[in-house]
Design a protein around this ligand. Sequence first.
Ligand code: HEM
Length: 174
Amino acid sequence: MNAFLLIVLRLVHVASGILWGGAAVFLLFFVKPSVKAIGAAGPQFMQSLVERRRAPLFMLGASVLTVVSGGILYWFSSGGFNAAWIASGPGIGFTIGSAAALIGFLFGAFGIGPTSAQMGALGAQIAASGKGPTPEQAARMEALEKRLNIAERVDFIMLALAILMMATARYWTF
Ligand code: HEM
């Protein structure tokens, strides 16, 4: 493969992977607990983060770039899915890392994204009513929060596994 194209692909892959993984950790371990801690101002902060700063679009863009550039790199590194490469040390490492990143991507794009959007819409509905949530709204919010927590945990574990594999697979010669 053309060396210049490979360098560009690796740059895109590593940079978008850093942005995706770093942002996921920052949101989960710093933004989320802080939003909970500030109480009434929390939903307002989240609305600004999501609607004005378009955080979900950033996450989707970074993850799509990582997965697409990673897929192309995988195709070239494996010589077009060559079985001998896939069974080699680096092949096994990059394959496990790629599968983990793909699962993380699916949970992020189809779990975290839509669930957060539904929570935001329900929160706005409750705020617009001017009263507290009805029992049905409170139960729905709790169910959505549970689903979000599971998706976030799976996403984090998969991303951590992908980072571990991507960072070390090249040297799996044992
Ligand atoms: C479906 C998703 C992914 C696929 C298919 C994939 C595939 C690959 C492949 C095949 C390589 C080797 C490229 C080469 O040797 O030229 C690579 C390298 C790398 N990937 Fe991924 N990757 C994915 C996700 C990620 C994620 C989520 C991260 C970080 C958060 C990441 C970080 C890296 C890094 C740092 C390297 C360079 C490793 C080295 O040079 O030894 N990748 N990736």
